[in-house]
Design a protein around this ligand. Structure first.
Ligand SMILES: [Zn+2]
Length: 292
């Protein structure tokens, strides 16, 4: 199966959207419904659209128009475009994935689950804590763990895999206003398989571990979302090693850099460490949209 990649620039998107709006205005009076229909027709173009929103947050639109959001830390994320600090700007979200309990991943997930009335897929023991803390109703906190595959919506499969990291949930008691640590389970990575077989490996926060090779051999991801900032996760040197020696995907997108002053690794350093490789490193700016 072959996938073609291109960036959709802000100008192109604006042009397409304004053309759609103008067409709807001219032809039909029922503007709102038709505009939404028209907008969703763009989303359902049979391709995968992906936007990086800073740190480890991505908005992925599947080939049939299902919207998947990963690790939504948006409101307090210095890299998130202003527009997406309003969670409603994401549009309807169908699938919500959280890799672990740290605030820069879990951050806005409960609110997003509430707005969209959808479950928050996260490490089972993190969701157990969230259930007992009444962060969301139990029906919105499904339990899963490494090795398990779920299908949150028809045609999309999500498999939980290992990540070499930690996970704690720090939660403020609404009554006392005091923050307390709670068990956050084991951190996860996700293999996300879309309707057309396109596979994305969202590594979450992780250091090096040998079974990355096993995961890549078994699932054969087309695109890897990989932390490169260092300090808390893989840095450029370790990420480059894993890409070149073990994962060898068609494409990789660096994440988890630039939002925290301690996570200093950069895509330039990664590219230099990689040298000659068959993997194409894609470096979107926050808010850029890539089409596969
Ligand atoms: Zn973390």
């Amino acid at each position: 199966m072959r996938f073609q990649l291109r960036f959709l620039s802000f100008q192109e998107k604006n042009f397409l959207l304004s053309a759609a709006r103008s067409f709807c205005c001219q032809v039909l009076s029922c503007l709102t419904v038709i505009f939404l229909t028209s907008f969703s027709a763009f989303a359902q173009d049979g391709k995968t659209h992906l936007q990086w929103l800073g740190q480890s947050a991505f908005r992925i639109t599947s080939p049939t128009g299902k919207v998947i959001v990963t690790d939504p830390w948006l409101k307090g994320n210095p890299l998130t475009p202003e527009k997406f600090k309003q969670l409603e700007a994401l549009g309807h979200v169908d699938v919500l994935l959280v890799t672990h309990g740290h605030w820069d991943h879990f951050g806005d997930a409960p609110e997003l689950a509430r707005i969209n009335d959808i479950p928050m897929y996260a490490p089972g023991d993190l969701n157990q804590s969230a259930t007992l803390l009444n962060i969301l109703p139990a029906k919105q906190l499904p339990r899963m763990n490494k090795g398990g595959t779920v299908s949150p919506v028809a045609g999309i499969k999500v498999t939980a895999v290992h990540a070499e990291h930690s996970s704690v949930l720090v939660w403020k008691d609404p009554q006392s206003g005091k923050e307390m640590p709670y068990p956050g389970g084991e951190p996860l990575g996700f293999i996300i398989e879309l309707e057309n077989g396109f596979k994305i490996y969202d590594m979450g926060d992780t250091g090096l571990f040998g079974d990355m090779k096993l995961i890549a051999d078994l699932y054969k991801p087309d695109l890897v979302l990989m932390p490169i900032g260092g300090n808390f996760t893989l840095g450029p040197k370790e990420a480059a090693w894993a890409i070149k020696e073990w994962l060898r995907p068609k494409w990789m997108i660096p994440m988890h850099y630039g939002a925290n002053p301690l996570a200093k690794g950069t895509p330039d350093e990664l590219i230099k460490e990689l040298g000659s490789t068959s993997t194409q490193v894609l470096v979107p700016k926050p808010g850029d949209e890539l089409v596969f």
